[in-house]
Design a protein around this ligand. Structure first.
Ligand SMILES: *Cc1c(COP(=O)(O)O)cnc(C)c1O
Length: 500
């Protein structure tokens, strides 16, 4: 679903009427600015306008145009937070004009950042002393965090190979076919081969046994995903750690593990504290998490944490002089806003462990309400797991042949009810299966879950999937399933996964 097509780029030339004086303007002398773009309301600028316009006019113009966007709260495709408390919104606006990189000028913001790193590292069971600082950094999101983690693995591996006098030009990463697109980006940008374990029908994440088989001496890390983008399922990092340790010992290797916990990093510690997926496992050397997903902050923040100093090669750290003391930095970009960091610190201390646990439990509960409602229709297979990231991935039992497929359902929900529920094919190995996915974020209430079930039922009625003839239809479906040939809708190719 590419909504950007709605905003087609069209030029239009407008002749502006003479200015009408309006209220004072920050950028322009008060009585000397052109405004009154009355006829310009339809124009879309692909070229900078020659004349200025009144601030109110510019505001209204843009506001009007943005109305076409989906309502963020109804966007069930995204993991990203769309609502925060008023107090936090205020703090964010107040820090919007601080460039995070000016650590000299804004030392307090830097302290908040460092404390976030410490809190998150401890949440992931990093072994750090009481007065010790954790190794990690804030990023724009998990993508930047993954670039950094990947670079660290690559450098460490190269340094080791060089020291051994062995070739160091063909590094690879082993991961599942369910990997998020940012790993492809990393592989392409930084010349690392990505080896993907295919998934299969009924098992949609990386099989640790197969992953270990793909590892060789050029493998810089195995990337496990805590919370697959496709169905929210947690990969078995503990088993992976066990199998990889065995293989490392046999071959004299030290292939490490990275955990991409973009979506699950703030879920697992609160819902499944006993689950071992983090620094409790010796081969896990780095973890990323998106602060803007279940970290409960608006888009624009991620974190990467390293197990120890040794896991982050020194040559990748830049030292910025910070109030006479050195502040190490390790990010891809330089300038960025401070608001997201302030907001993350706010959420961590405002909610505390108690609050995060409460939020995650609620998300899970609402995901279960939705799941049970969908099961009751009798039309869907559920492909997500109860003990993963709180979301529901579901596909039609009768596939595309009875009046519309998952893409059709997605489209109808969007156009009638405003819900954004993406439909996408599963990754390589199970690409014949199409799923619909609903992420149960903190903003997704029980009432919303119930309403969504109702709206989906209405769509199913309309498509003739449930209704008076339903029973006979089910029998028919069963017969057809027996001799079913899997048909991949052609349109699948045009639908990219809505990840993030
Ligand atoms: C969302 C996601 C990413 C990308 O994270 P951003 O924070 O959006 O950059 C990477 N991996 C997984 C598993 C994700 O769910």
């Amino acid at each position: 679903m590419n909504f950007s097509v709605l905003r087609s780029a069209t030029y239009s030339t407008v002749i502006l009427p003479k200015p009408a004086s309006q209220s004072s303007d920050f950028f322009l002398p008060s009585n000397n600015y052109p405004s009154g773009h009355a006829r310009a309301s339809l124009s879309r600028f692909n070229e900078m306008p020659q004349k200025s316009m009144a601030k109110k006019r510019a505001y209204e113009k843009i506001k009007e145009e943005l109305k076409v966007d989906a309502k963020p709260k109804m966007n069930l495709a995204s993991f990203v937070t769309t609502s925060m408390e008023e107090e936090c919104n205020t703090l964010m606006i107040e820090s919007m004009n601080k460039n995070y990189v000016n650590m000299d000028e804004y030392p307090a913001t830097t302290h908040l950042h460092n404390r976030c790193v410490n809190m998150i590292a401890r949440l992931f069971n990093a072994e750090i002393g009481e007065n010790e600082n954790a190794i990690g950094t804030g990023t724009v999101g998990s993508s930047e965090a993954i670039m950094l983690a990947g670079l660290a693995f690559k450098k460490n591996w190269q340094n080791k190979r060089k020291a051994q006098g062995k070739p160091y030009h063909r590094p690879n990463i082993v991961t599942g076919a369910n990997v998020q697109v940012c790993w492809e980006k990393f592989a392409m940008y930084f010349d690392v081969e990505l080896r993907k374990v295919e998934v299969r029908e009924g098992y949609y994440v990386m099989d640790p046994n197969k992953a270990v088989e793909m590892v060789d001496e050029n493998t810089i890390c195995v990337a496990a995903i805590l919370g697959s983008t496709y169905n929210g399922e947690f990969e078995d990092v503990k088993l992976l750690n066990h199998l990889l340790l065995k293989q490392n010992n046999k071959n004299g290797w030290d292939t490490p593990i990275h955990v991409d916990a973009a979506s699950g990093g703030f879920v697992a510690p609160f819902l499944y504290p006993e689950l071992e997926w983090d620094f409790r496992l010796p081969l896990v050397k780095s973890i990323n998490v998106s602060g803007h997903k279940y970290g409960l902050v608006y888009a624009g923040i991620g974190w990467v944490i390293w197990r120890t100093k040794q896991d982050l090669p020194q040559e990748l750290i830049f030292h910025i002089n910070y109030l006479g003391a050195e502040q190490p930095t390790f990010t891809l970009n330089f300038s960025k806003g401070s608001s997201q960091i302030v907001a993350q610190y706010y959420q961590l201390i405002r909610l505390g462990r108690e609050g995060y646990q409460r939020v995650m439990e609620k998300c899970k509960e609402n995901a279960m309400v939705l799941k049970q409602g969908l099961e009751k229709t009798g039309c869907f297979n559920i492909l997500s797991k109860d003990n993963g990231v709180p979301m529901v991935a579901f596909s039609l039992k009768d596939r595309s042949r009875h009046g519309g497929d998952e893409f059709k359902i997605s489209e109808m929900l969007r156009h009638r009810n405003g819900w954004v529920v993406p439909a996408y094919p599963m990754p390589s190995g199970a690409e014949h299966i199409t799923v619909l996915r609903v992420v149960a974020r903190a903003e997704f209430s029980r009432e919303m879950a119930e309403k969504l079930v109702l709206d989906i039922k209405n769509v199913l009625h309309e498509l003739g999937k449930i209704g008076p003839n339903y029973t006979s239809k089910v029998t028919k479906i069963k017969e057809e399933n027996a001799q079913r040939k899997i048909i991949v809708p052609k349109s699948n190719k045009d639908h990219k996964v809505l990840a993030g």
